[in-house]
Design a protein around this ligand. Structure first.
Ligand code: ADP
Length: 242
């Protein structure tokens, strides 16, 4: 399933907020088809890395290549058009659109031109698949936290991104919901997506990741197989140090 080709290549990526260096020269390769867990202590730059890859924030320096093309200076909508999708720590659905319309809109982006009826069918399929059946006509504000997170996953499934960036999509879920979300993330990968996910929940990081990348103070600190990386005394010490 995992290719030998890199879908994402970040080189010397820096991001400054005024005097604060949130990313201090990150080099990271992500292989096509892999699920890469992105971990690190609070403030180590994980969300900022997602934000610069998705174009939500402009880079301060460095390059980001996706599928061999430089995207580091493109606006967010151009990056989305290249098949790079993201979720937010706090879900950001279109608040005045129903669940069905939110997922239908993602499905419109994520496939060949189809009739409205076909898009609706597909959206209903992903709503059922993510356990949101019965909520089709609900507005996001009427959903609870776990339903909003699953709406993000339904939109990601419908949009069929080639690279999906997930920001703490599992936090705040109960153990059964976490299991369900893990199943959905695997389903997204099975559709051909490459996934980078930021997560604090170690069980999910170990179960889902092909490789884990550890950020510390805005730099790549460790990279490798999940169990080895999470047991590495250097990695343990940066967590304990905070
Ligand atoms: P993590 O996701 O690993 O917890 P972040 O990427 O959120 O870390 O933050 C890295 C650093 O950048 C932190 O010091 C944070 O306060 C700072 N930072 C993040 N976003 C902004 C912003 N929009 N404005 C100013 N500082 C920010």
């Amino acid at each position: 399933q995992i290719g030998s080709r890199n879908i994402l290549e970040a080189r010397g990526v820096t991001k400054r907020f005024g005097g604060l260096q949130a990313l201090a020269g990150v080099d990271l390769d992500v292989r096509e088809g892999e699920i890469l867990g992105l971990v690190g202590p609070n403030g180590s730059g994980k969300t900022t890395l997602i934000n610069v890859i998705s174009g939500f924030y402009p880079l301060s320096g460095g390059t980001i290549m996706v599928d061999g093309a430089e995207i580091g200076r493109l606006p967010a909508h151009e990056i989305a058009h290249r098949g790079i999708a993201r979720t937010y720590q706090i879900p950001r659905p279109f608040v005045n659109m129903t669940v069905l319309d939110n997922v239908s809109m993602a499905a419109t982006f994520g496939g060949p031109p189809r009739t409205a009826a076909e898009i609706r069918e597909e959206a209903l399929h992903w709503i059922g698949f993510t356990g949101l059946a019965g909520k089709e006509e609900a507005l996001p504000a009427e959903l609870n936290l776990h339903e909003r997170k699953f709406l993000e996953l339904a939109r990601a499934l419908a949009a069929k991104p080639k690279l999906l960036l997930l920001d703490e999509v599992l936090s705040g879920l109960n153990p059964a919901e976490v299991d369900n979300a893990i199943r959905l993330v695997r389903a997204i990968r099975a559709q051909g997506a490459t996934i980078v996910f930021v997560e604090h929940l170690m069980r999910a990081v170990v179960e889902l990741s092909d490789r884990v990348a550890v950020l510390n103070e805005g730099k790549l600190f460790a990279l490798g197989a999940p169990r080895e990386v999470m047991r590495d005394p250097r990695v343990v010490s940066i967590y304990l140090g905070k």
